[in-house]
Design a protein around this ligand. Structure first.
Ligand code: EPZ
Length: 418
C-alpha cells in the first residue's frame, strides 16, 4: 500500500500550473461516443477517474490513445450497449454514459452506480428526466435497462440543478430532430464547457450557464480538437495549501471568473490575492483569521468540492469558523482524521464548527474521499512533525502528481510504498 509522508511547517513558494478539469473532461469523454469523427482532447488530466472512463470507452468499442495530456478518441460503428458492473463501480460519473448510449443506440444497460463516501448518490432526477423524453427505464436488481423507439423533445424542469442530470439530458437529446429545454439546469462552468465542446462538433445548444438550456437536436456530430478548461477545484485546493502554510504562491492557467466564488473566504482569512490574466498570486498571513461562515451552494455559490481543504486551513486560524454543507450528506468524513492531527472540529448534522487551534501536529491518517484526502495533505503541510497519509487512491482520482507538484513548491513530501 502507498502512503504520502509529509514533514510539515515548510513554507511553499514558486508557481503551479493548474491541470484540465476532471469534471469537465469526464462528460466530454462520454460525449465522444456521439461523434462520427475523431476527437482530440488537450489538457486532459492524468487521473484514475479519466483512466477508468477511457477503459469504458475501449470496452464499448472506441479506439482511444493517450500521449501525455492529449487523448484521441475514434468512435466505433458497433458500440456495445452495456457496461459491466466492475467498470461501472469504479466511479459514479460512469452514469453519464447512459444518455449518449441511448441517443446513439436507442438502448442501454448499466448497473446502478454505487454511492460513494459522500453519501447516497441517487440518480432519480436522471431517470425521471429520461422518462419524460419517452425513454422506458427499468430498474431491477441494481441494474438499469433503458430503451426507446424515439426520443421525444420536451421541456424538463429539474427539481434540483443536478450537474450529472443536466449533462445526461444534454447528451441524450443532442442528436435527432427534437427540441428539448432544461429548466433549473446546473450552471457549473463544466456545463458550459460541455455545451461548447458539443457545439464545436456541430451541435446546436444554447443557454448553458443560465437557468434554461435549449437543445435543438442535429442529425450528426463530427469530431473536433478541444482543450479542456482549467480545474477550478484544483486551483482552490492549492490556494488552501498556500493559506495553511503562510506561503505566497502563483497559480497559473486558471479561469479567474471560476475562482470568484471562493475569493471572499480567502480574503476574510487574511490572504492577499492579486489576479492577472489567467493567473493568481496568493499571499497568506503568518496566521489566518477565522472565516465567519461558509455555506456551500450550487454554482455560482461556494463550491462543495472546495470545502474540505478550506476547513483544514480554518482549523489553525484565529477564532471559530462555521461551515454549512448543503449539497452532500457526508462531506465531513475527513474531520475525524483532522481532529487526530490536533484540530478541534465538531459536527452537528450539516454544520461543522471549527475552533481554531495553534497548530496541527503530524499523525498517521487515512484519506476517506477525494476532497477529504486533499484536506489531510493541507493539514500535513502545515503540521508540526511528520504525517503519513494512506488510502491514496482517493486523492489520485482528482489530483495529478500531487507530491511531485508540491515538492517543486518546496514541500517535504514523498510517496512511499509500505
Ligand atoms: C458533480 O457530481 C461532480 N462530479 C461533483 O464533484 C460535485 O461535487 C457535484 O457535481 C456538485 O457540484 C462530477 O462532475 C464527476 P449533482 P454529481 O448531481 O453530478 C443529489 C468531485 O469531488 N442528486 O449535482 O453527482 C445528490 O445526491 C465530485 O470532483 C439527487 O438527489 O452532483 C447530491 O446531494 C464529488 N438525485 C446533489 O443532488 C439525482 O438524480 C448534487 O448532485 C442527482 C443528484
Amino acid at each position: 500500500m502507498e502512503r504520502l509522508v509529509i514533514n510539515g511547517k515548510r513554507p511553499l513558494s514558486g508557481e503551479i500550473k493548474i491541470h484540465g478539469a476532471k469534471n469537465a473532461a469526464l462528460p466530454i469523454l462520454c460525449a465522444c461516443i456521439l461523434c462520427d469523427e475523431k476527437v482530440i482532447l488537450h489538457n486532459c488530466p492524468k487521473l484514475s477517474d479519466i483512466d477508468n472512463t477511457i477503459e469504458i470507452l475501449r470496452y464499448l468499442g472506441c479506439k482511444v490513445s493517450r500521449d501525455e495530456d492529449t487523448v484521441e478518441i475514434s468512435n466505433s460503428d458497433c458500440l456495445k450497449d452495456n457496461i459491466p458492473r466492475d467498470l461501472m463501480n469504479k466511479m459514479r460519473s460512469s452514469i453519464i454514459f447512459l444518455g449518449p448510449l441511448i441517443a446513439k443506440l436507442g438502448k442501454a444497460n448499466l448497473c446502478l452506480p454505487g454511492g460513494c463516501e459522500l453519501g447516497p448518490r441517487p440518480i432519480d432526477i436522471h431517470l425521471k428526466s429520461f422518462e419524460k423524453l419517452n425513454i422506458d427505464v427499468f430498474e431491477h436488481r441494481g441494474s438499469i435497462d433503458c430503451k426507446t423507439d424515439k426520443i421525444k423533445g420536451t421541456s424538463i424542469n429539474l427539481p434540483f440543478p443536478s450537474v450529472g442530470a443536466t449533462e445526461n439530458i444534454m447528451l441524450a437529446t443532442v442528436l435527432g430532430n427534437t427540441k428539448t429545454l432544461i429548466h433549473n439546469a446546473a450552471r457549473e462552468p463544466e456545463i458550459i464547457e460541455l455545451q461548447n465542446f458539443l457545439n464545436k462538433c456541430g451541435a446546436d445548444i444554447s443557454g448553458a450557464g443560465e437557468n434554461c438550456i435549449i437543445i435543438n437536436a442535429v442529425k450528426k456530430l463530427h469530431g473536433c480538437e478541444h482543450s479542456i478548461l482549467p480545474d477550478r477545484i484544483e486551483a482552490s485546493t492549492y490556494m488552501s495549501f498556500a493559506a495553511a502554510t503562510g506561503s505566497s504562491l502563483t497559480i497559473k492557467n486558471i479561469c479567474n471568473e471560476h475562482i470568484e466564488p471562493v475569493v471572499f473566504a480567502f480574503r476574510e482569512a487574511g490572504c492577499d490575492m492579486n489576479f492577472k490574466e489567467n493567473e493568481l498570486t496568493i499571499c497568506a498571513p503568518k496566521r489566518l483569521k477565522r472565516i465567519m461562515h461558509i455555506k456551500t451552494l450550487v454554482y455560482p455559490g461556494f463550491p462543495t468540492d472546495s470545502g474540505m481543504p478550506i476547513i483544514a486551513m480554518s482549523c489553525i486560524a484565529e477564532g471559530t469558523t462555521i461551515f454549512e454543507e448543503t449539497i452532500f450528506q457526508n462531506r465531513y468524513n475527513a474531520t475525524a482524521e483532522l481532529n487526530k492531527m490536533g484540530a478541534n472540529i465538531k459536527i452537528y448534522d450539516r454544520i461543522a464548527v471549527i475552533e481554531g487551534v495553534k497548530s496541527f501536529y503530524g499523525a498517521d491518517v487515512e484519506a476517506t474521499d477525494l476532497r477529504g484526502g486533499a484536506a489531510l495533505v493541507c493539514a500535513g503541510l502545515a503540521a508540526q512533525g511528520t504525517t503519513n497519509i494512506t488510502q491514496l487512491q482517493h486523492i489520485d482520482r482528482g489530483y495529478e502528481n500531487i507530491e511531485h507538484n508540491l515538492s517543486l513548491l518546496g514541500a517535504d513530501i514523498k510517496r512511499e510504498k509500505n
